[in-house]
Write a protein that binds this ligand. Structure first.
Ligand code: NAD
Ligand code: UD1
Length: 332
């Protein structure tokens, strides 16, 4: 299958490109490098041992997207391109609505024009807002989002559902990711955000490597095993493989929605302890106030993805802690 991967030089996109090649698929990437570097392309080519066709440009540029579809016989699309920083989305909501919605609408319009109607979209567990029940199933209520980033994911899900209602020939899969961590075992690709990270594990990696001084554990009075927040951490390579399975799945009678997580909740203290043990490092840490808008606990019900996609995670929390930090050390 020839797959267009939007945002394919980013964290999850790049790992998915590797899994697609492992599956025998061919990939075309579009990325404007707003949150990635062109050198990721060389690293991907090293890993997969092949030249990868790359278009450097903005997915909102309709003429460019049309050219991509004219020049390549694309079978399906995996759509990662978008902005993802929650606090920035609160400061700059229009930047998020413009980019996340425009990229998606432009892409869908051009796909329709070229009769390519198979798409997998990167949604997020954030669409569930504050969980009413745990584990979260795909039938849980969505839309109670607490920031513009999350709302763009919710809106895009709705847009895609409306599109399917208008034309049942669309083959749409929405993947709701839980918390991706880790990196490819080669250490060539991974996640190493510029500046001060918002997410827990990138922050831990920077404390471990000496770039940041101390981890603030944001909240130790939640109703959880040890008072710290509980999340469903999933190795990015497992998450990436979920996209390969989603593309293979030919169920066609509705918009397909799957949680991609492990089904296991891990507290901040548990994952930090695991990081320290696996990498033999002590993390300088202190308790700090809760982050505004944070929830106590969030983890996935993974039954539907297992039954319908055959999705099962292989990697452990240890792998996530080791592989993520291995990438950071190799790319310091
Ligand atoms: P990322 O920022 O590493 O990757 C996104 C890529 O898209 C970047 O390479 C960026 O340069 C590119 N991009 C952004 N706007 C573009 C545009 N207009 N045109 C072309 N390229 C553009 O993010 P990621 O962590 O790999 O996330 C991928 C997707 O998964 C995003 O849509 C994100 O919202 C979603 N998601 C991520 C997480 C997470 O924790 N990382 C969780 C849930 C959902
Ligand atoms: C964040 C995003 C969410 C996104 C998800 C996956 C917010 C409010 N939400 O959620 O939209 O879908 O990532 O990318 O940003 N923590 C610390 N210290 C830190 C950072 C985090 O203790 O410096 C704690 C948090 O309180 C939380 C846990 O670590 O309990 C995980 O935090 P984080 O990695 O930011 O993920 P989410 O909160 O799940």
């Amino acid at each position: 299958m020839k797959v267009l991967v939007t945002g394919g030089l980013g964290y999850i996109g790049s790992h998915t490109v590797v899994e697609l090649y492992n599956n025998g698929d061919e990939v075309i990437i579009i990325d404007n490098l707003s949150n990635s570097k062109e050198e990721v392309l060389d690293k991907l080519e090293t890993i997969v041992g092949k030249k990868i066709k790359f278009y450097k440009g903005d997915l909102c540029d309709k003429e460019l997207v049309r050219n991509i579809f004219k020049e390549n016989k694309i079978d399906s699309v995996i759509h990662f391109a978008g902005f993802k920083c929650v606090p920035e989305s609160v400061q700059l909501p229009l930047k998020y609505y413009r980019n996340n919605l425009d990229t998606t609408i432009t892409l869908l319009e051009v796909m329709d024009e070229f009769n390519v109607r198979k798409i997998v979209f990167s949604s997020s567990a954030t669409v569930y807002g504050t969980p009413e029940i745990l584990p979260l199933t795909e039938n849980c209520v969505v839309g109670g989002t607490t920031n513009p980033y999350g709302t763009t994911k919710y809106f895009i899900e709705r847009i895609m559902e409306d599109l399917y209602i208008s034309n049942n020939n669309w083959d749409i899969t929405l993947l709701r990711y839980f918390n991706p961590v880790g990196a490819h075992k080669s250490g060539l690709i991974g996640e190493n955000p510029n500046g001060i990270p918002n997410n827990l594990m990138p922050y831990v990696f920077k404390v471990a490597s000496g770039e940041l001084e101390c981890l603030n554990i944001t909240g130790n009075d939640y109703d959880t095993v040890d008072g710290t927040g509980v999340r469903d951490y999933i190795h990015v390579v497992d998450l990436a493989y979920g996209h390969v399975l989603a593309l293979k799945n030919n169920k066609h009678d509705e918009v397909k929605i799957y949680n991609l997580g492990t089904g296991k909740g891990t507290s901040v203290l548990e994952i930090v302890n695991m990081f320290e043990k696996v990498n033999n490092i002590t993390i300088n840490k202190r308790f700090a106030p809760r982050r505004i808008g944070d929830i106590a606990t969030c983890y996935a019900d993974t039954k539907k993805a297992k039954e319908e996609l055959g999705f099962e995670t292989k990697y452990t929390l240890e792998d996530m802690c080791r592989d993520g930090y291995n990438y950071v050390l190799k790319n310091k």
